[in-house]
Design a protein around this ligand. Structure first.
Ligand code: T3D
Length: 263
């Protein structure tokens, strides 16, 4: 797709690798554009039933490329950060949350600033033991963006989220796991294999039911129990008409493993 972002599809899994390793995969406009494009491609492609986001080299992502910011400042060009976020980071975050396929962050190294937000936006996070998580925004006089103010308080409660945001405390993988930010931590050398196994398992699962579960849980974050019950019933109607539902029931009755097709 581009050198700055590698895109590969194998066994139903699209792997998107942020590829600016000498900058710890900091986001410049080219990388943000390529990520947006790759997520769209993965969403549209029926052969893709699970998406993995990871970084090349020793970082996951160090957030906004500060050299690009310094260049911008030096050139005297003022840019609206609101517009910049709307057109780049926010599109990516919305795409990940809205995509009705599971998205796994394989956090191979440091995730700082918007790089941490990107990991938080994913459905599941598997981190290498040496990964670190930093809300770096405050260090450059900014507020958390790309969804961090939404994800963190929901995951951690207000007080811990606020502390991380205003101190930029570095969290190691074990601490992040203990706080509930991660699903699993694995030894550095095992990250790729562990994520591949999970991603392929999900790519062979009933994709429609996974997508509808994501839709239901996204919505339930902002609804009452009554509304969630009604919405579950509507979505169950859709899931109940899928080929994979029929296959799951047939396989159970015939005492054989199901063969889900993602339809
Ligand atoms: O403008 C807007 O669009 C607003 C949006 C803002 C969203 C944000 O993400 S704001 C937050 C931006 N990110 C940061 O403030 C993090 C800056 N980086 C760091 O604090 C550290 O690099 C890390 C803690 C992430 C890692 O530290 P360490 O010691 O492991 O690595 P290092 O030596 O600092 O970095 C390695 C190289 O990557 C180095 O380049 P060099 O000296 O070897 O040529 C470093 O300059 C480069 N690098 C790291 N982070 C960035 C970066 N280059 C550009 N932008 C970066 N964010």
């Amino acid at each position: 797709m581009s050198d700055t972002l590698l895109y590969a599809v194998e066994n139903g899994v699209a792997t998107l690798t942020l590829n600016r390793p000498d900058k710890l995969n900091a986001f410049d406009d080219a990388l943000l554009g390529a990520l947006d494009e790759a997520l769209r491609a993965a969403e549209k492609d029926p052969a893709v039933r699970c998406v993995v986001l990871t970084g090349a080299g020793r970082g996951f992502s160090a957030g906004q490329d500060l050299a690009a910011v310094a260049e911008r400042e030096a050139s005297g060009k003022r840019m609206s950060l609101r517009q910049h976020l709307d057109r780049s980071y926010n599109r990516v975050i919305r795409k990940i949350r809205g995509m009705e396929k599971p998205v796994i962050a394989a956090v191979n190294g440091v995730a700082a600033g918007a790089g941490m937000s990107l990991a938080l936006a994913c459905d599941l996070r598997i981190a290498a033991q040496s990964a670190r998580f930093i809300q770096s925004f405050i260090g450059v006089g900014l507020v958390p963006d790309s969804g961090s103010t939404w994800f963190l308080p929901r995951m951690l409660g207000f007080s811990k989220a606020f502390e991380l945001a205003i101190t930029a405390q570095r969290l190691g993988a074990d601490d992040a796991l203990a706080l509930g930010l991660l699903n699993h931590v694995v030894p550095d050398g095992e990250l790729a294999a562990e994520v591949k196994a999970l991603a392929e398992q999900l790519a062979a699962a009933p994709t429609r039911a996974i997508g509808l579960t994501k839709r239901a849980m996204n919505r339930a974050m902002a609804t009452t129990l009554d509304e969630a019950l009604d919405y579950e019933a509507i979505l169950q109607d859709l899931a109940g008409r899928s080929e994979d539902h029929k296959e799951g029931v047939a396989a159970f009755m015939e005492k054989r493993p199901p063969e889900f097709k993602g339809r």
